[in-house]
Write a protein that binds this ligand. Structure first.
Ligand SMILES: [Zn+2]
Length: 687
């Protein structure tokens, strides 16, 4: 299934990378279980390359040549291979639980969900019937007030439309969870797609119009009607896009910080009928909330009155079709894939159904499926050994802060305080989510999907006006990823990432510190990047920096932003695309900091004891090769373009070369000389 955000994107969650927008998969039709991914892979290297000229080519050259992107993928990297392997493990679990037998209640539930998804014949037979009730409700709307009421109904069942509503920790008192409204309602991946005037953006909009038209035709509308409907949808979404703030500006939490009385926002944007909307939202009562982008509500307030009711109804029908395309019959699934997978991402084939069904189960009942996954793959020793590395890298960060020559002791004390209060979450949550109220039927995939998504929306809304639940995880245990949350001040490593190639039980420290060690250092550094540094030890938006230290930080961060702005991510007949140094600043800061901290921790372990080379490489060299190989990947040009606009992470090549160019330790390990490409004249160092 395509990854879709629920009503509110968790803005403060900084992950190690962005999960591909398309389904992970290997050789598309094979169900052969993929082997374990090697932690340190000599066969991935291109030894004809000079590590001081292009380290990425040196570490990954042969891997890139020998691992073309599978037909049902837009990006293929070593961590995608691990995600693929997890998918097979989950597939085995679901095949067992969907078969008749004596199952635990949660095994029965995930098995039934998966079985209903796999029952393509029933899905096909039902056609658009699962949408009938919603489409009738939309058809029956008589006023703009009823239109907003319907927006509320759609949002409660997980269909994003018009704006976003949800919960967040109060940025000024993270112990309390508050209500939150923000810009939203777009279908294309970013506001830029609607606003930019270059040839490529115009082409995307033309293709989008054709796609919306086809989907309306599949839903039963006549061709000429569908053409007009597509235009109405694009016009409405263009209005929402113009009222939206851009992604880079939104990185600054202060820009999204507007505590407002409900009465105030209602008065400034009356056409949203927010008083009624909130009353029907299923959320506990609240009198004030954070308005992420107040200008959006003012601008769209005008748009609500200026646009005809019929066009709004068309927009709501469109959002319904788009959000449910994947649970409908093959014609909808295929058309959805043609636009989002093939055209926007460069994927050649749709992934086989079983993979999409495993992903859908992980997405919608992931804490139940994850419990079964953890039982099978992740023992208590997994938690222990990870915690040991986390502690070693936290100690390295303490040491690193102590050595900084640009930061005063006053600010250093605050940094130590923040560092010492970071909460380490490893593997899986302490208590498992209770899905007992989610009804799952073996012959109703669309219904199961809606009930599970509705449950999650409601579960999030229930948090409003209550103490913040800092124990709730933002990712499911099988996920190959990791994250830091500024408002929780915690670092989180799901079980899915704590295995080769990130962590190998039998590998030397150099290799493990170069891989999962850098991931741990990366997440720690997020607490001190351009966003994270604005929050204090308690997760509150509070400036703990002296003015001089803040200025020194900004200067150093600007160096990193400029460095990455010069990197080209794609160059084809449609032109050249460079990275956005300010959009990717936090992640690049975390990559550079993470590598430095993990290296420092490794040196603390090795000390002065001479360590013999392995495979002909010193521990120092193995550390950096291991780091480089985590990011071996191939990406379609289409996906590279899309990620350059939407992804705060840099692509693999620059995550590696961008870091080693700044690293004296790397240059020493490989004997690089001033003037060589992997030796940056003015090295950028924040942490
Ligand atoms: Zn990150």
């Amino acid at each position: 299934m395509r990854i879709r955000a629920l009503s509110v994107v968790p803005l403060l969650l900084a992950a190690i990378f962005t999960v591909a927008q398309t389904t992970p998969s290997g050789s598309s039709q094979s169900t052969e279980f993929p082997p374990e991914i090697p932690s340190f892979d000599l066969t991935a290297m291109d030894k004809t390359a000079d590590p001081c000229v292009d380290f990425y080519q040196y570490a990954c050259g042969s891997w890139m040549k020998n691992n073309p992107i599978p037909a049902d993928k837009a990006r293929w990297g070593r961590f995608d291979q691990l995600a693929e392997r997890n998918l097979y493990i989950l597939h085995d679990i679901l095949e067992q639980t969907q078969a008749p037998g004596n199952h635990s209640p949660i095994a029965q539930k995930v098995g039934d969900y998966y079985a209903a998804c796999m029952d393509e014949a029933t899905v096909e037979k039902r056609g658009t019937e699962p949408l009938t009730e919603t489409m009738n409700q939309i058809a029956g709307i008589k006023t703009k007030e009823e239109m907003i009421e319907q927006v509320g109904v759609l949002q409660r069942n997980g269909t994003t439309a018009l704006f976003a509503f949800g919960q967040m920790a109060d940025m000024h008192d993270s112990r309390q969870t508050i209500a939150y409204v923000d810009q939203g309602g777009l279908t294309l991946p970013d506001r830029d797609y609607y606003i930019k005037d270059d040839a490529k953006s115009q082409e995307v909009r033309q293709k989008y119009l054709e796609h919306v038209q086809k989907m309306f035709e599949l839903a039963g509308d006549k061709s000429d009607v569908a053409v007009a409907e597509a235009k109405a949808v694009l016009a409405i979404e263009t209005g929402l896009a113009k009222a939206s703030m851009d992604r880079t500006a939104r990185r600054d939490p202060k820009v999204r910080d507007h505590m407002t009385q409900v009465t105030e926002i209602t008065a400034s944007a009356p056409n949203f009928h927010l008083t009624e909307y909130f009353a029907d939202s299923g959320a506990p009562k609240f009198s004030s909330l954070n308005v992420g982008n107040p200008e959006f509500f003012k601008a769209v307030n005008e748009q609500i009155s200026a646009t005809s009711l019929d066009d709004w109804k068309t927009y709501l029908r469109w959002r319904t079709l788009d959000s449910r395309a994947q649970v409908l019959s093959k014609a909808f699934v295929d058309e959805d894939f043609q636009f989002n997978g093939a055209y926007l991402s460069g994927q050649k084939e749709l992934a086989p159904r079983w993979k999409r069904c495993v992903q859908s189960t992980d997405r919608n009942l992931g804490m139940a499926l994850g419990q079964l996954y953890v039982d099978q793959t992740f023992g208590p020793e997994g938690k222990e050994r990870t915690l040991k590395m986390v502690k070693a890298i936290e100690a390295a960060m303490h040491q690193d802060v102590g050595q900084l020559n640009w930061m005063s002791d006053t600010t250093k004390q605050k940094a130590y305080e923040k560092l010492s209060t970071i909460v380490n979450n490893i593997g899986y949550p302490d208590t498992w989510r209770d899905y007992s109220t989610v009804i799952v039927k073996r012959d109703d995939f669309a219904g199961n999907y809606t009930r599970a998504v509705t449950f999650e929306v409601q579960r999030q809304r229930n948090k409003i006006s209550k103490p913040t639940d800092k124990k709730d995880w933002g990712m499911t245990p099988p996920t190959v990823n990791a994250y830091y949350r500024a408002e929780m001040n915690d670092i989180n490593f799901p079980a899915g990432i704590l295995q080769p190639p990130f962590y190998g039980k039998s590998m030397d420290d150099a290799v493990n510190y170069g891989a999962i060690g850098v991931v741990i250092g990366h997440e720690l550094t997020h607490g001190f990047d351009d966003q994270g540094r604005k929050f204090d030890a308690d997760g509150n938006l509070k400036d703990w920096w002296t003015a001089d230290d803040a200025k020194a930080f900004e200067e150093r961060a600007s160096c990193t932003a400029d460095e990455y702005s010069s990197f080209v991510t794609v160059k084809d007949d449609k032109g050249e695309v460079k990275l956005k140094g300010r959009l990717t600043l936090g992640e690049n800061t975390a990559d550079n900091g993470g590598a430095k901290l993990a290296y420092l921790a490794l040196m603390n372990i090795i000390g002065n004891t001479p360590v013999k080379p392995i495979d002909g490489y010193t521990p120092q060299q193995r550390f950096f090769i291991s780091y480089g190989q985590i990011w071996c990947q191939n990406v379609t040009d289409q996906q590279a373009r899309r990620l350059a606009i939407t992804d705060p992470h840099s692509p693999g090549r620059w995550r590696v070369n961008g870091v080693v160019q700044n690293s004296a330790a790397f240059q020493e390990a490989f004997g690089c000389k001033a003037g060589q490409p992997m030796v940056r004249e003015n090295a950028c160092r924040v942490w």
